[in-house]
Write a new protein. Structure first.
Length: 280
């Protein structure tokens, strides 16, 4: 899906609201040049299409060599561009930084997905909405590039009951809440976050479709899986909280149906080398 021009313009305007004063003052803006993006280290690429759109928006040509989702090796060419110095310098740093940050997220997501799929390729990694406010759209693009999918893009279309909701319903048990939600939102799957094996058992008995196991140890996830199997429940067990590539496989082996994580969003940016040269 093409990105809105307004988004591209806002990304450019943040760095150069009134142009590049250095390039203008040096009087080199009209001279032709070329620019190349390369991966310094192995990485999963993300955001390169946005970088290309930013470069084209300022009047230069851009050709994508490695699209989002590509596993690039060290030194691999990602993008090449051609235009005058004014255009190249206007788009340079903001597009480079964007690719670095989004590729860092994508690379982290890919490592988590790899750890999960090494045990069971059918299990998906889903990433939460705990992104920097205003950057969710870009962050979701990045985790998708890394092979993960969004957990909940917002509050309007999915139902997940937290203890903070239940605090306002002190007389309602999980069965009461499940019955209410089925009446009020009959087309939706209903989910609940729980914090103990006993509470998970109550959620299974109440018939919730999705049971989010918050900060459970793998052994506790296995206990909940046993309860679900004994009850012949088809509830999806979502392991969440503190999961990373070093322990994700343990949760899959324990019986988690999906892995919920915000870990990729805190990844260090990838390192992208950009060279700009005069052309001719």
């Amino acid at each position: 899906m093409p990105l809105p021009v307004s988004l591209i313009d806002s990304l450019l305007a943040e760095d150069t609201p009134d142009g590049d004063l250095t390039t203008l003052s040096l009087g080199i803006g009209g001279r032709p040049g070329r620019m190349m993006f390369r991966a310094r280290n192995a990485m999963t690429v993300a955001g390169i299409e946005i970088a290309a759109a930013m470069i084209r928006r300022v009047g230069a040509e851009a050709h994508i060599v490695a699209s989002s989702g590509t596993r690039a090796s060290a030194g691999e060419l990602l993008l090449k561009a051609r235009g005058d110095a004014k255009a190249l310098h206007t788009a340079w740093k903001s597009s480079q930084t964007l690719v670095e940050i989004l590729s860092g997220i994508a690379t982290a997501a890919r490592s988590l997905v790899d750890a999960v799929e090494a045990v069971d390729p059918a299990i998906r990694v889903v990433c939460t909405r705990k992104t920097v406010p205003g950057a969710r759209r870009l962050s979701v693009m990045a985790v998708r590039a890394g092979g993960a999918v969004p957990h909940r893009l917002g509050l309007s279309e999915t139902i997940l009951v937290f203890a903070e909701h239940r605090a306002f319903m002190p007389d309602a048990n999980l069965a009461d809440i499940a019955d209410l939600l089925r009446r009020e939102a009959p087309e939706k799957k209903i989910g609940v976050e729980v914090h103990s094996v006993d509470e998970a058992g109550d959620a299974i008995e109440a018939g919730f479709d999705i049971i989010q196991l918050e900060k459970f140890e793998p052994g506790e996830v296995a206990d909940v899986r046993s309860l679900a199997e004994a009850a012949q429940s088809r509830a999806l067990l979502a392991a969440a909280g503190g999961i990373h590539p070093g322990n994700a496989s343990d949760y899959v082996r324990a019986g988690a149906g999906i892995i919920v994580s915000s870990w990729p969003y805190t990844a260090r940016p990838a390192d992208v080398s950009v060279t700009i040269e005069a052309d001719g």
